[in-house]
Ligand binder design. Sequence first.
Ligand code: ZN
Ligand code: ZN
Length: 580
Amino acid sequence: MTTYTLRPYQQEAVERTLQHFRKTTEPAVIVLPTGAGKSLVIAELARLAKGKIMILAHVKELVEQNHEKFIALGREAGIYSAGLKRKQTNYQITFASVQSISRNLDSLIDPYSLLIIDECHRLSEDEDSQYQKTIAHLRSLDPDLRILGLTATPYRLGLGWIYQYHYHGYIRSEDSKPFKFCIYELPLRYMISKGYLTPPRLEDAAIAQYDFSAITPDRFGQLPEKPVNELLTRCKRVTNSICQQIEALSEHRKGVMIFAATVKHAHEVLSYLPSQSSALITGETPPEQRDQLIRDFKSQHIKYLINVSVLTTGFDAPHVDMIAILRPTESVSLYQQIAGRGLRLSPNKTDCLIVDYAGNQFNLFHPEVGTTKPNPDSEPVMVFCPSCEFGNTFWGKKDTDGNVIEHYGRRCQATHLSEQGEPIQCDYRFRFKNCPFCNAENDIAARNCHQCHEAIIDPDDQLKKALQLKDALVMRCAGISIEIKESRVTVIYHDEQGETLQERFDFASPGQRQKFNQLFGRRFQHASKPIQFKKAREVEQLAHHLTSPDFVIARKKGKFWQISERIFDYEGKYRKAHQL
Ligand SMILES: [Zn+2]
Ligand SMILES: [Zn+2]
């Protein structure tokens, strides 16, 4: 029997779980980086639990790995996995594969008190999924079933966050998610600085790179296979020289994982690498052959292991000391998942070389923002809420001094607890449209006002209607300038061709001053520092921090154009100024 001492953070994860489930049965998730030793956290929870427990995983390797860690503690547990040729339900603790168990739910008749789901980012809300069927069945046996998920990446491209509220006091999604709370999370940086993971060596060594930026992602944010293959077919010489460089860089390295973009691409990569020491695994590789290849790789008979989207999670080869990324990775999470394959500790391993040949430009330590990167030069920026001071992470841009000059956040993500202990989201908005009826601030995509429930006109309809009118003018606004004369502030809207429209706010009139503040003071510095201007002079000094609208609509009044609408934070189908 082996005895384990849990690392301090593993112990804390266990304690947080116990505390949480003493209070509530709401499903919860723990986020630990790859290599943090999730299986020990699972083993400890299983050891402490009183009732029957099931631990679900999606591949038999993970079922086996978790089971091994547990029985090494000197305890007994069953396995339910067709792939492992065992179907045991009579133990207090069962390690099961979701495929096998969801097909045999009738064989589960005793209530389970705790369900642990490993790699739980695979869980969706689709009721017909294997996970949801299993959950529904276990809940029918015990309505108080506790559900705990573990993952390194609580975010999935296209589906978003897998949980709704974070214990640090912020919201990830206004929609319901498979897990209500994240109750514990450790960042990669912590694990590396404490020596629990191998430091990555991120070298900008790539001699040649693919450029996937011209390919439009599908609705899940993923690049479709066909154009990717077409692009790679045109890049044969690039692929060849990349492979040569991988060989040269890995001369003194033990295990190299190569992430290819498509099956076709993977075969090409394989053809350029030394045939004796290279292998390829795709989704179609037969299980026995796949197992053999993984064994050969772990025993270092194979040095180069190429794969296409199959070895990003649940694959454990600690000796890997080089990762070559030849595929587009559309999210920070996916990038971290891939890099994480090379960060496990192993004797005599001092670092892991990570080379990105696909120009992904992600930082391994960046937080996941949770929305698709709006453009290639965006980076995660910290934006403090003027109302509650919470530091939000949004996509944005910084100037050379590190000041945030632009961001894409919509609403503050902070939560505070109600008297009933329910999290409530801060209502401060960075981007919004005012309800034309009650003036409440609504999300830019809202169809009905959250306060008075009246329908809010869609900006696209507004623009379309104005474009049809003879006496209306729609300006694509490229910027604004300000002129001050005594108490009067004139806002001049400029389009791309240099045409202008203007309107004047006389600060001597409280109504006009208020209107200006509502439009421009409220959105000062992209609404991260709203101010109330009292005097026209103050506007002059701070004019360069005013936010411009994207469109301005004017109506003909005699000889003049009178501004009727200013559309800020536009995200519809019409082209904005300086967009292609
Ligand atoms: Zn706030
Ligand atoms: Zn309203």
